[in-house]
Design a protein around this ligand. Structure first.
Ligand code: 6CS
Ligand code: FE
Length: 307
């Protein structure tokens, strides 16, 4: 079943890549007091022009310590290690990602409601929000493999039916991200161009793409053009820092051949006004652990670790 909505961001439908201008605002301004606080005017303007913003040292080292302990506790569960939500690295078999962690853990369910991160998301999206997807990407020392360049929105539009660009990713650094352990790289300004990719989406694509994405990735020429316009930035920072990036900002990260893990938690906030439709690629919807289809607006809470 495909969406009845007009597909304004077609992808994986033609033999040649097609670059189109973004058809949605980056910021969704609202006069409602609930959606008009969090980031300063300068921070909002940087997010709008670059497609991302770094909030250094937003969480404390105690906050991060409690999150890492929780991840270690979850990792001891055979049920979790054997579930589809636990993704393993293709070559080493170490854990690559754990999805749906905000529904596996009370602590993470409180984290995604913590006002320090959800309020800026509500301000950017100008609405109530819910969690489309959460995950921890562990990227362990020596064994953490790459995440090739991609736009999250391209996948969420084609494979999950996300209609418009009204979602924001919040990445919380759980370990230091330094130049040597595979920090996230982003192309500033790339969020303003939608790269329609080539190729036909394979059946149950997520079973492969979450380990190594090969479809829905931009071609060399389109990437080169985006980099010529915007360059590449690899924000580094201490554990507890937060990176907010637009759903369409082109990003990726190299493999980690350093001894230091580069573990980040990701929470994707989608606007309640942008609920998932049937996938625009016409395939079956992806499972709920990757793309939540029972959306309920989240109310912000105070300090997650002490709630
Ligand atoms: O397919 C997805 O939803 C996941 N894939 C990548 C490479 N980034 C976003 C998300 O984790
Ligand atoms: Fe991504």
């Amino acid at each position: 079943m495909t969406s009845l909505l007009q597909d304004v961001y077609p992808s994986r439908q033609s033999e040649k890549p097609i670059l189109r201008p973004r058809r949605d605002p980056v910021l969704w301004p609202s006069s409602h007091p609930r959606f008009s606080s969090g980031l300063s005017a300068d921070q909002l303007s940087q997010f709008e022009s670059q497609g991302f913003i770094v909030l250094p040292d937003l969480l404390t080292s105690d906050d991060v310590g409690s999150l890492l302990e929780e991840i270690a506790r979850l990792g001891e569960s055979e049920d979790i290690r054997g579930s589809e939500a636990c993704i393993y690295e293709p070559s080493s078999g170490t854990v690559r990602s754990l999805f749906d962690i905000h529904r596996l853990s009370k602590l993470f369910s409180r984290l995604v409601a913590d006002e320090r991160i959800i309020i800026p998301a509500m301000q950017i999206l100008g609405s109530e929000v819910y969690v489309h997807q959460s995950r921890v990407n562990l990227k362990p020392g020596f064994r953490g493999e790459q995440f090739y360049w991609h736009s999250d929105f391209e996948t969420w539009h084609v494979e999950d039916g996300m209609p418009r660009m009204r979602a924001v990713s919040c990445s919380i650094l759980l370990t230091e991200n330094n130049p040597f352990n595979g920090p996230l790289m982003l192309i500033p300004g790339s969020h303003r161009t939608f790269v329609g990719c080539v190729g036909q989406t394979p059946e149950n694509h997520y079973r492969h793409s979450l380990r190594k994405q090969e479809y829905g990735v931009p071609d060399d020429e389109s990437l080169t053009r985006l980099v010529q316009e915007g360059g590449i930035v690899a924000p580094t920072g201490r554990a507890g820092s937060v990176l907010l990036f637009d759903c369409n900002t082109m990003h990726g990260s190299a493999g980690n051949i350093s001894p230091w893990p580069r573990s980040n938690f990701f929470c994707v906030y989608n606007s309640m006004a942008n609920m998932l439709e049937p996938p625009f690629g016409g395939m079956e919807p992806r499972p709920d652990f990757i793309a939540c289809r029972q959306a309920a607006a989240i109310s912000p809470c105070k300090d997650f670790a002490r709630a």
